[in-house]
Design a binder for this molecule. Sequence first.
Ligand SMILES: Nc1ncnc2c1ncn2[C@@H]1O[C@H](COP(=O)(O)OP(=O)(O)OP(=O)(O)O)[C@@H](O)[C@H]1O
Ligand SMILES: [Mg+2]
Length: 580
Amino acid sequence: MSQNDLAPLQRQLESERTARKEAERLFEEKISELTLANQQLQRHVDCLPCIVVALDSDARISMINQAGCALLGQPASALLGQAWFERCLPQPNGESVLLPLFRQLLAGDTGAKGKLAEYAISDGSGHARLMIWHIGLLTDATGKIVGTLSSGEDISEQRQAEAAIAESRNLLLKIIDTVPARVFWKDSELRFLGCNAAFASDAGMHSSAEMIGKDDYQMVWAEQADFYRADDRAVMESGAPRLFFEEQQATAGGETVWLRTSKVPLINDDQQTFGVLGIYEDITEYRRIEADNRVHVAELTALNTMLIEAQNQMLRSVKMASVGQLAAGVAREIDNPFAFISSHLMALKGHVQDLLNVVDAYQKAEPALAAQGELLIAIKQAKSAANLDFLQHDILNLISESLDGVQRARTIVDCLKDFSQVDTVEWLPANLEKGLESTLNIVWNEIKYKAKIKKDYAGIPEIECLEPQLKQVFLNLLINAVQAIDERGTITLRTGFDEQAVWLEVADSGKGIEPEHLDKVFDPFFTTKPAGKGTGLGLSLAKNIVQRHRGQLEARSKPGKGSVFRVTLPRNREPAPERS
Ligand SMILES: Nc1ncnc2c1ncn2[C@@H]1O[C@H](COP(=O)(O)OP(=O)(O)OP(=O)(O)O)[C@@H](O)[C@H]1O
Ligand SMILES: [Mg+2]
């Protein structure tokens, strides 16, 4: 081949060499551009705080940013090319669950993307870190999926915090559910923000969650809802709790229940009211027991009153029996002597009269004894020594006064006999003015040196009564009256009547009763008298007797001026039932 023949070939070769060099230069340029772009990209992704990792079609790491290296605790050089799912994730989950999902994703199953949206990787110390993943698919020029580019955000701490919040919330709800009461809380629009299980169940809900967002109109009838809401609003507006008020509520079943409720405004850190908290308990049973107890207390009180009355009755019987026995004994003892003293005095009066008649006859015979001078002198001397004129006049006076005295004593004995019949239960018509008089006779001895007696009797009609017992009342009143008088005073006995009743008053000008004692004087054992002087039973027994007659015993008094005790008795007998 000639030189000329080679020249075109050499030119072609030269031009091809030049073209190749150009292509190589361009390629180099491209490579360096790409390397630059790659480095820039790497720098960019390194700036991101989240993990960025690219995986090739074999799920090997083809790129990872610094945040990823830091979390995994290895340099990029050690990580590039590593099998992501086997080396960087907790096992066996990484290899057996997540790697197959990755393969499905690469095969075009986009549903797998969602399943790979949250999984954990192992950090440098081998702890699992839960990550949220955003996954992008890498494709080649033909659109074939050749790998993934994912960014991952570490949500372990957020999850832990959420879990802690959820745990304390659950604990709080548990506590609220455990409270032995119904609890609810509402927002400022009075919609339920929450409630405990008991409240939800009362409201016919399956769970507390069902209540959230509802309002009273969805729970109860409009009227009741209006009522609750007005109440809630008042608490929110006042800003102050409303505690332990009791309210009645009709249940859906038509029952009426009693609730004890408290409502408290809910106030945030800025001191703004944002709702209301209510708590209530069903106290229907408690109310029922309370009502039962009230009945029992009333029954016990009645029983107690009966017992006190029975006890008083007994004390009265004992006191009256002993007074009665004494009176009866004394009366019996002195009745006989009085009887013979009285009859002897009568006989003596006759005999003395006879003797005086004889003396009279002798006196008339005196002139005939003129001859018997000595005898006459002796008679005259005896007459003047005996003061015969005075004697004649005085002897009969003495005997008459003695007879009067005996008569008076017999009257008292009769009264005592009367008085001793306190056990009688026979209701008989009696003139109580006479009864009062006869009682006065008995205590006259005690009264006469201290008090003047004034009487203002209206002539009351007879009433059917237990007279001996009423005399016991008068006796107590008279004795109290005289005991209230220190030096000298007056006791006034008054009586009166109308269509329905008769009354008898014993008034004294004694020391009176202090106002704070006035309603105590009828209490058993209340006394202001020194120990041993008063038992404090007199008025309580008197009141019992008067009440037995369906009457009243009342006292009024002015301290320092005196007291008035009035016995009022119905004219028509309506005795209280006898108690055995
Ligand atoms: N007329 C009165 N004036 C002033 N105080 C009286 C009068 N009557 C009763 N009281 C007061 O009422 C109290 C109770 O009277 P009550 O007759 O029940 O008992 P008492 O007289 O003290 O004792 P008892 O009657 O057993 O001897 C008396 O202690 C006295 O303080
Ligand atoms: Mg008394």
